[in-house]
Design a protein around this ligand. Structure first.
Ligand SMILES: [Zn+2]
Length: 61
């Protein structure tokens, strides 16, 4: 997911990614990294997207 012009350092676009240990946003322009805490809005939204995708796949099967 992209957060447009969300970088506090350069105002560039940030990409939100994650792993088992949590989510983070990284700036595509300057490389600035920001942790996204559990319970953060972004993480909630990612979870919703994953759930919707799961439901869509079940319906298709
Ligand atoms: Zn930046």
């Amino acid at each position: 997911m992209l957060l447009l012009k969300a970088c506090p350092k350069c105002g560039g676009d940030m990409h939100v990614g994650g792993d088992l240990y949590g989510s983070y946003a990284s700036c595509l322009n300057c490389g600035y990294l920001k942790d996204v805490e559990d319970g953060d809005d972004v993480r909630k939204r990612l979870k919703v997207v994953a759930t919707l995708r799961e439901q869509t796949q079940k319906q298709a099967a």
